[in-house]
Ligand binder design. Structure first.
Ligand code: PMP
Ligand code: GLN
Length: 379
């Protein structure tokens, strides 16, 4: 059998969580909250299931959820989109990313991806017949050199995929990044897929700069988010895509044949949550900043160097003073011998990276974070 994705194995997140379970380690590897979704969200889901909202939703989403998403966008980014034409509810951000990539990428097209990159981009590009072109960012600041991006653009380049706040580095786009991106995509007539699943998790008062805030940039963008991150409900696999109407027509052609529509009761429950408890979204940055600070302070006496986290629920540690192992070996050792599961950064790169950096997820209970830090401080 000739595989279409010969170089692909099981995702690092599945691998590390399996190892964490096997060794009964504290699992700070795969990014998911250890705490539960809000009570109202669970109550409303239950309500709609019992009430009988159990048949197909419209392919683009339940209208009241599309409306609430548009209202959130108007409130946060001052962009008044048309919810009927510009919002599509998807089965997680992963589906939205896959569909946006299929909508844009043709045989032979090149797509610029920043490494370290979330693992679902490249396979989706390859299945569309495209080729990912990687621009590597490195510790400690993971700053984008926009000249290096300009240098990889050819006549085959069609899309740039960005991710802000960035998994795994925790970096967020600054105004200069948005401006540099806009200059490049307008000059070369490119499209943008903007993965903004951590849009509501930014620290120290920093604002998330969405592609939705800039009309010229948004005119060429698919903006993607996930309710899993925002409402501590990664297992529901609910997300959405926002795009200009013309681009959304193409997105919907594909979405209707990938899933057709997403879980109806969850759409109603999420709409209620957005409408009735808008403060949940507003308080999320503060909630996670407290966890970031707890973990960072508890690790201050350790031999790990803590890299800055400006957003997301991830913290990077440089372990070069702790071990000479490479990062995959170090994470293996850490989960087996120390009882803490983390993710090695090199797996987010297309070509070899020798940075000695691991990722910890701090979407965990305070006690878990304290226990993990105690163990790491002894190394
Ligand atoms: N993009 C990034 C950067 C992510 O971290 C995640 C979460 N794993 C996703 C996309 C996928 O989100 P979802 O679980 O909603 O498919
Ligand atoms: N986004 C999560 C992470 O980065 C994992 C998602 C998954 O397991 N596919 O850890």
């Amino acid at each position: 059998f000739e595989s279409k994705l010969p170089n692909l194995g099981t995702s690092i997140f599945s691998q590390m969580t399996a190892l964490a379970n096997k060794h009964q380690a504290l699992n700070l590897s795969q990014g998911f909250p250890e705490f539960d979704a809000p009570e109202l969200l669970k109550k409303q889901l239950n309500h709609y299931v019992l009430e009988g909202a159990n048949q197909y939703a419209p392919s683009s989403g339940v209208a009241k959820l599309q409306q609430q998403i548009a209202a959130l966008i108007a409130r946060k980014y001052h962009n008044n989109i048309n919810y009927e034409q510009q919002v599509t509810v998807t089965s997680g951000a992963t589906e939205a990313l896959f569909v946006a990539i299929q909508a844009l990428v043709k045989e032979g097209d090149e797509v610029v991806v920043f490494d370290p990159a979330y693992d679902s981009y490249q396979p989706a590009i390859e299945l569309a017949g495209g080729r990912s072109v990687h621009v590597a960012l490195h510790a400690p600041d993971y700053k984008i050199d926009w000249q290096a991006v300009a240098d990889v653009i050819t006549e085959k380049t069609r899309v740039i995929i960005i991710n802000t706040p960035h998994n795994p580095s925790g970096k967020i786009f600054k105004t200069e990044d948005i401006n540099a991106l806009k200059a490049l995509v307008t000059k070369h007539d490119l499209y943008v897929i903007s993965d903004e699943v951590y849009e509501h998790i930014t620290f120290d008062g920093a604002l998330h700069l969405s592609a939705l805030i800039d009309p010229e940039l948004f005119a060429r963008s698919f903006v993607i988010s996930s309710f899993g991150k925002t409402f501590h409900s990664t297992g529901w696999k609910m997300g959405y895509c926002v795009a200009p109407a013309q681009l959304m027509v193409e997105f919907r052609k594909i979405h209707q044949y990938v899933t057709f529509s997403s879980f109806t009761p969850a759409q109603h429950a999420l709409a209620d949550m957005l409408e009735l408890e808008p403060e949940h979204v507003d308080e999320l940055s503060c909630f996670y900043q407290q966890k970031r600070d707890l973990l960072s302070e508890a690790l201050a006496q350790s031999r790990f160097k803590i890299l800055p986290s400006e957003g997301t629920y991830f913290l990077l540690l440089d372990y070069s003073d702790v071990s000479d192992l490479d990062d995959v070996e170090f994470c293996q050792w850490l989960v087996e011998q120390a009882g803490v599961a983390a993710v090695p950064l090199s797996v987010f790169y297309n070509s070899a990276s020798s940075d000695k950096v691991i990722r910890l997820c701090f979407a965990k209970n305070d006690d878990t974070l304290k226990c993990a830090a105690e163990i790491l401080c002894q190394l």
